[in-house]
Ligand binder design. Structure first.
Ligand SMILES: *[C@@H]1O[C@H](CO)[C@@H](O)[C@H](O)[C@H]1NC(C)=O
Ligand SMILES: *[C@@H]1O[C@H](CO)[C@@H](O)[C@H](O)[C@H]1NC(C)=O
Ligand SMILES: *[C@@H]1O[C@H](CO)[C@@H](O)[C@H](O)[C@H]1NC(C)=O
Ligand SMILES: *[C@@H]1O[C@H](CO)[C@@H](O)[C@H](O)[C@H]1NC(C)=O
Ligand SMILES: *[C@@H]1O[C@H](CO)[C@@H](O)[C@H](O)[C@H]1NC(C)=O
Length: 306
């Protein structure tokens, strides 16, 4: 009896399928025909949720910038070297190639991505804000740390010049001298040899300074520094194995509090990478105590924290 019923049911399904495709068939058909119903202009980062992760040494990845974006990483870092008036990207001089420049690895891809996120159409004629790189959160900017490896005074003007294509389209977060800031899709922060005085002298200012998290003072307001960073080993030192002690916990809380009092976001770099459970303990403890950026080499692992 049961067998007969089952056969009848299956027979019924077969009949239905021949009349009308099932939902999975229809999905396959639409995908196979590249239907315009499935595409929209800003789908480059479709479904990707931005996360407060900083891609440490981003340019080391097989595909700089894009891999970070694919994980929703909202902060990337490029080490730049000024050689014969060109800004090359790499960890050391021996790692440089003519093809890998700040322009080719970061500026041009960002231009193209942000232009794609801001299509000109009958639907956007009245839009005044500029969409950022993340389709799920168009108001979330991407932070780009430019770590100047060569002399800061000499390198800074070239960084400013390299940013011109982004600047002229209004893509850079900018502060004017009266303290008014306009948030753009990108926040550029100079690190490494970036000279504080050179950043302070910019007006309008669209390159900011990575403030020293353990030596903050009133100089570093948000018109100078959106971010404050420190070497975790120096500032905290807990290995992530066993329990964090009171001194170490108090240090995290003090430095995070100092940054937040000035409106800055706190980042600890040089956190332990190994063993994995220790790395995760440190990450979790930092985030639980208000750190704003998770500094990560393994982006996939960091993305699972959020
Ligand atoms: C799919 O269609 C879009 C335009 O809607 C076109 O740009 C793209 O090249 C097409 N892709 C393929 C694989 O045909
Ligand atoms: C843009 O603004 C005009 C004038 O207010 C209005 O007529 C038009 O419908 C608006 N278009 C869109 C897409 O919102
Ligand atoms: C600051 O300057 C900008 C343009 O330079 C202006 O739009 C804004 O109103 C000014 N804000 C204040 C508070 O003076
Ligand atoms: C704040 O720190 C900076 C950099 O360490 C220093 O140049 C500046 O003089 C300090 N300002 C004050 C008000 O202490
Ligand atoms: C916490 O550990 C550090 C070593 O990292 C040590 O110097 C400090 O005395 C310890 N503090 C407490 C309260 O145990």
């Amino acid at each position: 009896m049961f067998l007969v019923l089952a056969l009848l049911t299956i027979g019924g399904l077969v009949t239905l399928t021949s009349q009308r495709p099932g939902v999975l068939d229809e999905i396959s058909m639409l995908e196979a025909t590249n239907s315009s119903l499935l595409r929209y202009p800003t789908d480059f980062t479709q479904d990707i949720v931005p996360k407060p992760i900083h891609s440490h040494n981003d340019y080391w990845r097989d595909v700089p910038l894009l891999t970070a974006l694919s994980f929703g990483v909202a902060s990337v870092e490029a080490d730049v070297w000024l050689v014969d008036d060109i800004l090359y990207v790499g960890h050391e001089m021996a790692a440089l190639t003519p093809d890998r420049t700040l322009d080719s690895l970061y500026i041009q891809p960002l231009l193209s991505i942000i232009e794609g996120q801001n299509p000109k159409s009958q639907f956007t004629v009245n839009q005044t804000s500029i969409n950022g790189v993340f389709d799920t959160s168009s108001g979330t900017p991407l932070q780009v740390l430019v770590d100047m490896k060569t002399d800061g005074q000499i390198t800074l003007p070239f960084v400013l010049k390299a940013l011109q294509p982004l600047r002229e389209r209004g893509y850079l977060t900018t502060c004017v001298s009266n303290g008014t800031c306009t948030l753009g899709p990108i926040v550029v922060v100079g690190t490494g040899n970036t000279p504080l005085a050179g950043i302070q002298a910019l007006s309008p200012r669209d390159v900011f300074f990575n403030a020293p998290l353990i030596e903050l003072n009133s100089t570093f307001d948000i018109t100078i520094s959106p971010i404050a960073s420190t070497d975790y080993e120096v500032a905290v030192g807990w290995s992530g194995i066993g329990n964090i002690n009171q001194t170490q916990l108090a240090a995290i809380q003090k430095y995070v509090g100092d940054a937040h009092a000035l409106g800055l976001r706190a980042r600890f770099w040089d956190t332990p990478g190994w063993p994995i459970h220790a790395r995760n303990n440190v990450w979790q403890t930092l985030m639980d105590n208000g750190a704003d950026w998770l500094n990560a080499d393994d982006l996939e692992a960091a993305a699972t924290i959020f």
